[in-house]
Design a protein around this ligand. Structure first.
Ligand code: TYD
Length: 279
């Protein structure tokens, strides 16, 4: 059984530095002691606006600033504490039964919250090339990508987009979230496919293009709304480019991180995809 703190704690998330932009990922780990059940992102909050929170009954919650900065006031059995979040690789972990409020948003801030239940680990998928159903190189087509319209709960205090596992919003449950930030305007990311991982890609800030290929055809999507995501099934090659300045690419993924799930050579991808079957 995973233990989580009884007071709010600032946690340092992994930060993978890269000249093509920095990357932070969040999954069940020592820093994030729960399995993800819900992810929300908050954006378009006018400066000076106060966003009242609520009491999380029995779940711990993680808050981070994907872009910009905000203050979090947390009240609970520990008393009252105030924190400033201004780095995408730093998060605040709030214990269960904490009342929280957000204020002092800087211009163009994107805040993300995640909550879940400790100790409900789902077993990892077994990745085998023989398993046609879980290896999308044999099955997935570009035509299976689609834009998924997400809720946009907006008012004068900004907009919030929630994605909740088990509610059919996505074709998979979110097991890991990662985001790219500090991306130079001419950078290109991606350039690989996955045996198993499915994902939803969202422009949480700014805009960029995602080009996807199934080995035969290519299609390019422009993402430029925080409430519209591109669903990419497993087994498709994908490249992200044309990033606008200040953009943040947010990805909700169906599997925990595993380097074994990657195909990083385009020729290997083409060879795998050449065996595509009709199902
Ligand atoms: P990669 O997926 O290759 O990035 P991109 O597709 O954006 O170019 O990941 C870059 C590096 O980060 C690579 O060394 C693997 C590591 N990484 C993790 O450790 N965890 C993760 O969840 C992700 C997405 C990447």
């Amino acid at each position: 059984m995973t233990h989580f703190p009884t007071i709010p704690v600032e946690v340092t998330l992994p930060r993978i530095e890269d000249p093509r932009g920095n990357l932070t990922f969040i999954q069940d780990s020592d820093q994030v002691p729960f399995d993800i059940e819900r992810v929300d992102w908050i954006y378009d909050v006018p400066g000076g606006v106060f966003r009242p929170g609520h009491i999380l009954v029995d779940k711990p919650m993680l808050v981070t600033a994907l872009s910009g900065s905000l203050d979090v006031t947390a009240t609970g059995a520990f008393g009252k504490a105030c924190f400033t979040l201004n780095r995408p690789s730093t998060a605040l972990l709030l214990p269960p039964s904490t009342k929280f409020e957000f204020s002092n948003f800087s211009t163009n801030t994107v805040a993300m919250t995640m909550s879940g239940t400790p100790g409900l680990s789902v077993p990892d998928e077994i990745i085998t090339l023989e398993n046609y159903k879980s290896n999308g190189h044999f099955t997935s087509l570009v035509s299976q990508c689609r834009i998924i319209e997400l809720p946009r709960l907006g008012d004068l205090a900004g907009s919030l987009t929630p994605v909740v596992n088990g509610q059919g919003q996505l074709p998979f449950d979110t097991r890991r979230v990662y985001y790219l930030y500090d991306i130079p305007a001419d950078a290109e990311r991606g350039g690989h496919s996955h045996y198993c991982e499915q994902r939803l890609i969202v422009a949480a800030a700014g805009c960029f293009d995602v080009a996807v290929s199934d080995g035969k055809s290519w299609r390019t999507y422009t993402l430029n709304r925080p409430y519209r995501g591109l669903y990419v099934p497993q087994g498709l090659w994908r490249v992200l480019n044309n990033f606008s300045s200040g953009s943040v690419a947010l990805a909700l993924c169906s599997t925990p991180y595993s380097e074994d799930d990657y195909v990083r050579s385009f020729n290997e991808f083409l060879a795998l995809s050449a065996k595509k079957i009709d199902i």
